[in-house]
Ligand binder design. Structure first.
Ligand code: NDP
Length: 313
């Protein structure tokens, strides 16, 4: 009888859930902590007579969003004592010219990190430009060698892409337990989805990667202890897709119309925040979640590049 009851219970789905409002994972505060640590380490380097870390930014063309991103990155560098060197090329720049600039920066000892702002203007081969960056200065972590090492067991890439590293830092700060957790990553892009999935795998999660051809996303998501949404679809993840108590990281940045705003629009993530906050245990807001972490991780990677250069002599 007891055995029968046990068997019955083991197949039962829980019918009562206690819904609580999720705890917000505050990316601004966590990023500020990272930046403060980097600033401290930079000061310690200088006091020890070591060179100031340097980041070179390469902006090709006049994409206004890219100009803002580069400006913000350089401002963040200045705030933590990292020197930034801004290089701008016209949108008519040739492949040879862009690669020649990268080669010049590879050889410049003041530069410990090279950031080529993407997307590049049409006609330029992005893959070839990224391949040209020295793997020791690849602070975006997009070089195939660094991504390859990230995808292999027992290998350590020198740099991990910034947004994925930021997602992991947010989960760690929120106290997520990785070992054996079911992690679901929505999106498989080279810059977010794929590297996030690899990082979670290295932390001993059981990882499911979903994409535009995945069948029955809600059912897969409901099994996730950790859910990372990086699809670029406004508020796609609904409340009833989420396991009660799950850690939910919303990477998406989507602009939607909002007549109540002066600008006529507002930013939302890939997660329906108001619904999901009633179910998840922990949740990142948009804005103020993953976004601030991306730049903080870039600063951390630049510092790492400088530390690597110390060892390499
Ligand atoms: P991509 O467009 O490169 O990749 C999107 C991924 O989502 C693809 O793998 C795609 O599948 C998948 N996808 C698209 N639609 C669906 C769907 N309906 N169901 C399931 N999967 C789907 O985007 P990114 O990875 O570059 O960026 C994702 C989001 O993150 C964007 O909103 C972007 O703005 C944001 N972002 C935020 C950053 C930050 O700092 N906070 C930094 C970088 C990005 P498939 O491969 O089959 O096409």
């Amino acid at each position: 009888m007891v055995a029968k009851l046990r068997e019955h219970l083991s197949t039962c789905q829980p019918t009562v859930y206690i819904f609580m409002t999720a705890q917000l994972i505050d990316g601004n505060t966590i990023a500020a902590k990272v930046r403060a640590r980097v600033a401290e380490a930079v000061q310690a380097r200088l006091a020890a007579g070591k060179p100031r870390p340097g980041l070179a930014t390469v902006l090709v063309g006049d994409n206004p969003a890219s100009q803002v991103y580069v400006r913000n990155k350089r401002k963040a560098c200045a705030e933590v004592g990292i020197e930034s060197f801004g290089y701008e090329l016209p949108k008519t720049a040739t492949q040879v010219e862009v690669e020649a600039l990268v080669a010049q920066l590879n050889a410049d000892p003041r530069v410990h990190g090279i950031l080529v702002q993407l997307p590049l203007p049409e006609g330029l081969n992005e893959e070839r430009v990224l391949n040209a960056i020295s793997i020791y200065k690849d602070v975006d972590g997009f070089h195939p060698v660094n991504i390859g090492k990230l995808s292999m067991k027992g290998r350590e890439p020198l740099f991990v892409p910034c947004t994925p590293a930021g997602c992991l830092a947010l989960l760690e700060d929120a106290g997520a337990r990785f070992k054996g957790a079911n992690a679901v990553v929505l999106g498989r892009s080279n810059i977010v989805g794929l590297p996030v999935a690899m990082l979670l795998l290295h932390r001993d999660c059981t990882v499911t990667i979903c994409h535009s051809r995945t069948k029955d996303l809600p059912a897969i998501c409901r099994n996730a202890d950790i859910l990372v949404a990086a699809v670029g679809r406004a508020e796609m993840v609904r409340g009833d897709w989420v396991k009660p108590g799950a850690y939910v990281i919303d990477v998406g940045i989507n602009k939607i119309p909002d007549a109540t705003k002066k600008s006529g629009s507002r930013l939302v993530g890939d997660v329906a925040f108001d619904e999901v906050k009633e179910v998840a245990g922990y949740l990142t807001p948009v804005p103020g979640g993953v976004g601030p972490m991306t730049i903080a991780m870039l600063l951390q990677n630049t510092l790492r590049g400088a530390e690597h250069a110390d060892c390499a002599g």
